[in-house]
Design a protein around this ligand. Structure first.
Ligand code: PLP
Length: 375
């Protein structure tokens, strides 16, 4: 059983066929339709289809003027793209710890790490659950910092009535195949700021501004566009997104109920006021359990699982470059070692979930106690 399988049918095939038949393959009418679909769903005024969430996050830093010597607060528990783009701008990613229940930025740890050089905070909404944004937004406002939401995993997720991606200056989504809906590779940038929007549009396409007959290059920009082939798939996928989220929420609730009978496993939470989209269903295993051995035994039994995500402070680049050592950022360190992603996708049945949970219970029962977390 796979971790996730995208939900495709004739809608995507017909959309791709229409683009091929049109002969117009690069960013075009389907990209515009995808942007409109995202705006309509989350109530954002401006959206820009991008080649990935990584390029969206990078362009966010560029248009906000983050550059050499600046510091940007990034959660330690995230996919490295969140911090890599800060490095690409010559700025310093300052890693902050996360909350053990939500796996998202801990505002108190963020506050401790602010300096006169801090320019921005990049909260991640881990696995489809919003970070606790009100305290983070209040802190950012008080200190005059920009907020870039890494909502790569959280299209459709909500926080006290607001959609993830719409709360900071800029929000970035991913359409990678492990996300709720996919275009193969792809991303989307959201902003309510008309000036930022204009800069994004120009810099996404080489810095060119369209005149009557050709472009005038006003900036040294990027090619961060999404092709219309991908966007056509995205438009078809957006039609399914509400159903996918609803179905995954039902399945996640059932999975959580089944897991209550399995000792050593803490299921994910959904705090009051949040709508979790369960892009990934990530549990925490007790310290005494060797998570990597569990992944291996589950694989032997035909069930794909993986870690939650990475502790950046434990990755060679961040250790070598910024002097972090294994065990700094203690909550993130424990989550990096002990989180486990279980299969969850809309086409699964309740029987599939029972098989996952029964197999996990068997695997845990058969494991020697005390082979748990390494430092
Ligand atoms: C939190 C987070 N940010 C950024 C990314 C990068 O997304 P993309 O693959 O679209 O560049 C990912 C990808 O998994 C992610 O999980």
């Amino acid at each position: 059983m796979r971790l996730t399988i995208p939900w495709f049918d004739d809608d995507e095939l017909l959309a791709v066929q229409a683009v091929l038949q049109s002969g117009y393959l690069t960013q075009g009418p389907y990209a515009a339709q995808l942007e409109q679909a995202v705006c309509a769903m989350i109530g954002a005024p401006h959206a820009y289809a991008m080649s990935s969430a990584t390029t969206a996050l990078h362009l966010a830093l560029v248009v906000l003027g983050v550059g050499p010597g600046d510091e940007v607060i990034v959660p330690d528990f995230t996919f490295p793209a969140t911090a890599n783009v800060v490095v690409q701008q010559g700025a310093i990613p300052v890693l902050a710890d996360v909350r053990p229940e939500t796996y998202a930025l801990d505002v108190h740890d963020v506050a401790r790490r602010l300096t006169a050089r801090t320019r921005a905070i990049m909260p991640v909404h881990p696995f489809g659950l919003s970070a606790d944004m009100d305290p983070l937004l209040a802190l950012a406002r008080e200190r005059g910092l920009a907020v870039i939401e890494d909502a790569a995993c959280a299209l459709g997720a909500r926080y006290h009535g607001r959609y993830c991606g719409t709360m900071g200056e800029i929000g970035c989504f991913s359409f990678h195949p492990r996300k709720s809906v996919t275009t193969g590779e792809g991303g989307m940038m959201i902003t309510a700021d008309a000036e930022l929007a204009e800069r994004i549009a120009v810099l996404r396409t080489h810095g060119g501004v369209r005149g009557d007959y050709y472009l005038s290059f006003e900036d040294a920009g990027f090619n961060y566009r999404m092709s219309d082939l991908q966007a056509a798939v995205g438009v078809a996928q957006m039609g399914k997104l509400p159903m996918i989220i609803e179905r995954k929420r039902v399945l996640a609730k059932h999975l959580t109920a089944l897991l209550h009978n399995v000792s050593g496993v803490t299921p994910p939470c959904e705090p009051e006021g949040c709508v979790h989209t369960y892009q990934s269903y990530v549990v925490v295993l007790d310290e005494a359990i060797n998570r990597d051995a569990v992944i291996g035994r589950m694989r032997e039994r035909g069930i794909e699982t993986t870690l939650g995500t990475y502790g950046l402070h434990a990755q060679p680049f961040f250790q070598r470059t910024y002097g972090y050592t294994s065990g700094d950022l203690p909550v993130s360190h424990r989550l990096f070692r002990q989180t486990l992603t279980l299969p969850l996708y809309a086409q699964m049945t309740e029987d599939d979930l029972s098989l996952v949970v029964d197999t996990l219970a068997d695997v845990l029962d058969a494991m020697p106690v005390g082979g748990g977390v390494s430092s």
